[in-house]
Write a protein that binds this ligand. Structure first.
Ligand SMILES: *[C@@H]1O[C@H](CO)[C@@H](O)[C@H](O)[C@H]1NC(C)=O
Length: 317
């Protein structure tokens, strides 16, 4: 089939109608359309800008709380009171996060590692851990290497520069060889991939070299059997507020005298950045018969009082 030649083609050609006045009219139309759309666009931007501004103003108290907790040094607890907050943080009771018979909330900042969630409503001392030159993990009642040292090594978001493991049972806390980061690869095969040889349940050897084991009990006195941990931290390790110091305590009831000392010692919450403690108390729910003198209420109160005094304290079990 032959398509008939369209006679109207010439009429539709744009070149046919070109003359100066038409060009002028089109230029003006394009100019007006462009001007209106640019104007609308800028209104839109202005709106977004003011919304962002409003948002950041509203979140300012949080930012300030964060900054005063994370960037300032220990003296910040007084200035924290200036942060507008619904919650009163003036008594030990204000720091009690759970009532008897009430379940702990998984999302409660007190239940999380300090660096994972927004800060708790009542502030404690602290600073950004990765800025510290000394990042020290002190494990009182370390048990075997994989019980908590390996747990902290693999889960705590920092590479500790020093680790001290207190464990009275001599053969319990033995250090594994650790894997060598540089040779822990399977050679590239025909696929050209490099694969990690082993990692599960292990830590690198550089980390193992940073661990010191102390086969003595953690306590309040220096005896042949126990170490005064307050003296150990302050005088032997010479730890300062600017160091990042993480302490875990699980010593079957011996934590109480140490913690009572620390409540009376304003220097300790400045030195210790995060405290994980298993408080042993007597209750039908557990069978800790050796700690008859302390009740669950004592444990709840102790945790609250530690926080009141500025310790970022968690319950560890
Ligand atoms: C433990 O050490 C601290 C810090 O040196 C000291 O103040 C305290 O008196 C010591 N405790 C005992 C029972 O010696």
């Amino acid at each position: 089939m032959v398509l008939p030649r369209r006679n109207g083609e010439k009429l539709c050609s744009p070149f046919r109608s070109i003359n100066v006045s038409i060009i002028l009219i089109w230029t003006m139309v394009i100019y007006i359309v462009l001007d209106i759309s640019l104007h609308l666009l800028s209104i839109n931007h202005e709106q977004i800008r003011s919304e962002v501004k409003k948002d950041s103003l509203e979140s300012k108290p949080d930012m300030k709380a964060l900054a005063s907790g994370e960037f300032e040094e220990s003296e910040s607890s007084e200035s924290d009171d200036a942060v507008p907050s619904e919650k009163s943080c003036n008594t030990i009771e204000d720091y009690i996060d759970v009532k008897e018979g009430q379940a702990r909330e998984a999302e409660d900042p007190w239940n999380q590692l300090k660096w994972c969630l927004p800060p708790a409503a009542c502030r404690v001392n602290g600073h950004l851990i990765e800025r510290a030159k000394r990042r020290v993990f002190t494990d009182l009642g370390a048990n075997s290497f994989h019980t908590s040292i390996a747990w902290f090594a693999t889960r705590y978001p920092v590479d500790f520069t020093e680790v001290y493991g207190f464990e009275t049972a001599r053969n319990l806390l033995t250090l594994p060889p650790g894997w060598d980061e540089n040779s822990n690869w399977i050679d590239p095969g025909i696929h050209g991939w490099r694969k990690i040889r082993s990692r599960a349940g292990m830590v690198p050897s550089w980390f193992v070299r940073r661990v010191k084991t102390i086969n003595k009990a953690a306590g309040v006195k220096d005896t042949g059997f126990s170490v005064n941990v307050t003296r150990f931290i302050k005088e032997e390790l010479k730890l300062q507020p600017e160091d990042a110091v993480i302490v875990k305590i699980d010593i079957e009831g011996a934590e109480w005298p140490i913690l009572y000392e620390w409540l009376k010692d304003p220097a300790m919450p400045k030195i210790v950045d995060e405290l994980f403690v298993e408080l042993h108390y007597f209750h039908p729910d557990n069978n800790w018969g050796s700690v008859k003198q302390w009740s669950r209420e004592d444990a709840t109160k102790m945790l609250a009082e530690l926080r009141f005094k500025g310790f970022y304290a968690h319950y560890w079990d």
